[in-house]
Design a protein. Structure first.
Length: 243
DNA sequence: ATGGTGGCGCGGCCA
C-alpha cells in the first residue's frame, strides 16, 4: 500500500471511514503503528503480492467478516465491518482480464456470491454501505469512450447486469444521487497519458441502502491524489452522510 | 500501433 499517500489523505480529509483495495501486503506486515498514530483503527485482510483490503476507521468495529459465505476464494477481497445496525462492506471485485477468460467467469461467479451476501446483509441491517473497486463502469456515461470500450472487460453487458442485480436488491449508487460534471472518472490507466487526457472509467463505487441514501449529503471524486508523484491509478471517491 | 506503464519482488504475473 502507498502509506505516505494514505497518511496524507487521512490527515487532510479526516474521514470517519477509509476503504483501501489492493493493499498487496500480508497482515503481519500491515503498518499498524503509523495508522494508529494518525488516529485510526485498522481492519485488514491481506495476502502477499496481490489483492488485499483494509478499512481504516475512527472507531473499532464490533464484528468483522472476511469471506463471501459459501464461496471459497483464496483472494482477500472482502472486509465487512459491523457497527451495530450499520454495516460497511469493503470489496475488491476481480478484474476479469478479458471477456470469455477463466478470470472473467470467476468475476461473474464472485459477483453472484457478493450479491447473495449483500442481499442477506440487507435483510438484517437497514444501514448498509458497499464500497470499493467494483471493476465495472455502470453506464456509458462512466466511460471516456464508450465505443472504444464496448464489450470490453469492465464495461461488458454481463458485468453491468451483475452490478444491476446488486443494486436491485436495494442499493443506490451514491455518486448518481447528485448532479455531476460529465466525464467524471475514478480510475485511469497508467499508459498512454490516460490521466492527462482524462481517458478514464468510473469503477470505484459507494453503494448505499435506501435508508442511508436518504441521509447522504454529497458524493464526489477527489482527483488530487492521482495528480501526485507515483500515484495509485485510482483516486478517492468521497461520500458524506447525516445520520 | 495488440503497444503502452506500474507494483511486487526478482521471473513472471497481474492490473
Amino acid at each position: 500500500m502507498r502509506l505516505p499517500q494514505v497518511l496524507q489523505w487521512l490527515s487532510s480529509e479526516q474521514p470517519d471511514v477509509f476503504a483501501l483495495q489492493e493493499t498487496k501486503i500480508t497482515d503481519d506486515q500491515f503498518p499498524l503503528g503509523p495508522i494508529e498514530a494518525a488516529g485510526y483503527c485498522a481492519h485488514f485482510s491481506g495476502q502477499p503480492s496481490y489483492n488485499g483490503v483494509a478499512t481504516l476507521t475512527k472507531k473499532p468495529a464490533s464484528r468483522i467478516a472476511t469471506e463471501l459465505p459459501g464461496y471459497l476464494d483464496p483472494g482477500r477481497r472482502v472486509l465487512v465491518l459491523h457497527y451495530g445496525d450499520l454495516v460497511i462492506a469493503n470489496v475488491y471485485v476481480p478484474n476479469g482480464v478479458a471477456i470469455g477468460s477463466d478470470k472473467y467467469r470467476y468475476k461473474l461467479e464472485w459477483l453472484a456470491a457478493l450479491r447473495a451476501f449483500l442481499g442477506q446483509l440487507l435483510t438484517e441491517n437497514s444501514l448498509l454501505v458497499a464500497l470499493g473497486d467494483f471493476n465495472i463502469a455502470p453506464e456509458d456515461r462512466d466511460v471516456h469512450d464508450p465505443e472504444l470500450w464496448r464489450d470490453k472487460v469492465l464495461v461488458s453487458e454481463p458485468e453491468r447486469q451483475a452490478l444491476q442485480r446488486l443494486l436491485a436488491q436495494g442499493l443506490n449508487d451514491s455518486f448518481r444521487l447528485f448532479d455531476q460534471v460529465p466525464a467524471s472518472f475514478s480510475w485511469w490507466d497508467y499508459r498512454a497519458g490516460a490521466f492527462r487526457r482524462n481517458h478514464g472509467l468510473r469503477i470505484d463505487l459507494i453503494l448505499v441502502s435506501s435508508a442511508l441514501a436518504r441521509g447522504c449529503t454529497s458524493c464526489s471524486i477527489d482527483k488530487k491524489m492521482r495528480k501526485q508523484e507515483k500515484p495509485s491509478d485510482h483516486t478517492p471517491v468521497v461520500a458524506t452522510f447525516e445520520i
